[in-house]
Design a protein around this ligand. Sequence first.
Ligand code: WTA
Length: 645
Amino acid sequence: MSDNLYPVPEAWARHARVDAAAYERLHAQSLSDPDGFWLEQARRLDWIVPPQTAGDWSFDEADFRIRWFADGKLNVAANCLDRHLASGGGETAILWEPDDPKEEARRITYLELYEAVCRFANVLKAEGVKKGDRVTVYMPMIPEAAVALLACARIGAIHSVVFGGFSPEALAGRIVDCESRIVITADEGRRGGKRVPLKANVDAAQKHAPVLEKVIVVKATGGEVAMQPGRDLWYHEAAAKVSADCPAEPMDAEDPLFILYTSGSTGKPKGVLHSSGGYLLWAAYTHEVVFDYRPGQVYWCAADIGWVTGHSYIVYGPLANGGTTLMFEGVPTWPDAGRMWQVVDRHQVEILYTAPTALRALMKEGDSYVTSTSRKSLKLLGSVGEPINPEAWRWYHDVVGEGRCPIVDTWWQTETGGHMITPLPGATALKPGSASMPFFGIEPQLVDGDGALLEGATEGNLVIARSWPGQMRTVWGDHERFFQTYFTTYRGKYFTGDGCRRDADGYYWITGRVDDVINVSGHRMGTAEVESALVLHDKVAEAAVVGMPHDIKGQGIYAYVTLNAGEEASEALRKALRDWVRTEIGPIATPDAIQFAPGLPKTRSGKIMRRILRKIAEGDVSSLGDTSTLADPSVVDDLVANRIS
Ligand code: WTA
C-alpha cells in the first residue's frame, strides 16, 4: 500500500494553515458545535449587520428550509473589492492571459477592478436593472466577465451565466426560464485562435426569447457585429456616461446571488440558486484552506466562468480573500500542448487548479511539452470535475509537479457551491484517485438502494446528512422540484447523485454518477437533454443516450437512434444528427457515437431498459443480464451486432 500513500510533505505539515491535528479538531468541532463554529467563521466576511444565527434548516418535508446567517446583511461585491482597498488597492486582483500568447497579458489592480465594477453597476442601473432582477451573462473569458458578475452583486441583481459554448437555443431556454430581460455579452469570444460569434448567437436566441429587451455588448475582438438601435448598446459608450462611484446595496445573507443552470437526470436544466452570505463564506473559506492560499500568491483556476468552478474559484473565493486570480482566455492545447506550463512560468503561478480531462489530453502529447518549461513556481496542484484516474494523478504529481506539490482532488457540485470532500495539503496523506476526507461541517454518509446506512469500509450512494452554508437554496421557479430532486430519494438527506466507496482508512473514493447524468470532459450532461434534441430532428422517431468510456473525456456520449419509417440510415445522416445536436445544445453535447437501431429494448410497459444500452455502449455484451422481460428480446441481438466500437 505504501506506494499508494503520499504522506504530507514535512514543510507542508509545519507551515500549512491546517495540519492533521487541526483538521481532526476543527472537523469534530464543526459537527459538535455547528453554531459556534460557523458564527466564528462568518467573521471572515465583512458584514453590514453581523449575523447572530448560523444554520437554520431541515431536510424533512414538513418543515423543509435551508437558511444560514439569516439575520445578517452584507454585500458580496464589497467583500470582494471595497474591503481590500485600504491595504491592498494596488495589489493585482485579476491577471489576464490572452488567447494569443503573442499579446500582452493584463494586470488589473483591486482599485481598477473596483472602479470598473462601479461603472458597470451604474450602467446596469441606468438600464433599469434593480435588486432581484435577473441578468444573463454570455461572455468569453475576459476580465469584463468578472466585472459583470460583481456589478450585478453590487446592486443586488441575480446573475445567470450561460457558458459561451452553448448554442442560441440553449441560451434562449435559460433566458426564458429566469425571465431575464437583459443580456451582457461581447462582440466575439476567442478560443484557440478561433472566433465564437457571441453577439450573433444572442441575436439568434432572441427569436425564441421575446422577454429579452436589452443587450449590453462589450467590445472584445473588434469583430463586425450588427447592433439593433434601441435594444443593443456598446458597453464602452454607456460606461463613459456614468460615474465610477456606486454604493453597494445592503443584502440579506439569504438574498440570491446567482442562478447557474445545470443538467440533471430528467427534464430541462435546472436553475441552481445560490445565496449571498452562505455561498460567499463557503467559497472564501474553502479557497483559503484547501489551497492554503496566501495573499500575494498567483493562483490559477483554469476553468471557464460559465461553470460553477469559475464562479467559486476564479471570481468569488479568490477575490473575497484578496488574492490574485489568473484568468485564461485560451485552451490548453493551443498554440501547442505546452501552453499551460508556459503560462505557469510566465506568471509564476504557485497554485494550479484544473480538470483530469485536460491532464489526460496533455499527457498523451508526451512529457517534452512539460519538461521544456521550468514550473519551479508551482507549490500546489488541484483537480476537479470528475474522478481522476491514478495514471493521470501520477503524471500530474510526478511530471508536472516534479514530486514536490501535493494534489488536492476536490469533489463537489454546482449544487454544493464549493469543495465538500477534499484533501487539505498540510493535513491529508494522499491516495491517487481519492477525494479523501470531508471538509469542515460536511457529514458524508453512504447508503444502500433502500436508504439503509452503511458503516465502515463499503460502497454505496453518497448522501450528505446535514446542511452547510454553501448549499444551493432552491431551483429557480420550482421549489418543489428542488425538494423532489435532492431530498426524497433518501428521506432527510441530501442525495448527491454520485456513487462512492469508503476504504478502511475512511477515505472517500467517488465512483461516478449513479443517475442518468453523464460527465463529459468534466461537464455535466443530462442524457434526457441530448435525447430531446435528437427527437426534435424530423427524421428521428426515438432516441436513447447513455455514457460510454472515453480515454480523454472520461465519458463520451453514445446515442441509439430509431429513424421514422421510410428513413434510410447513412453516414450523411449520422453527421447531420451530430451537427443537429451541436446547434441545439452546443459542441460539448456532440454524440461520440450514433448507432441506428430499428428498435430499443423496452419492458412490456414501454420503459427503455437503459442498463442494457449502457452495457452495450461499454462493450460489455457478455453480462447483459435477464432480457426475457423485454417486450421484444430480439432487438438486443440487433443492437449487439451493430454496436459501434
Ligand atoms: C463529478 C463540478 C470525482 C461528480 C464542480 C459530481 C467529481 C459532478 C469530482 C458535479 C471529483 C466533480 N472526483 N467526481 N473530484 N468533482 N465530480 O456540477 O460526479 O459540474 O456529481 O460541478 O462532477 O459536476 P458539476
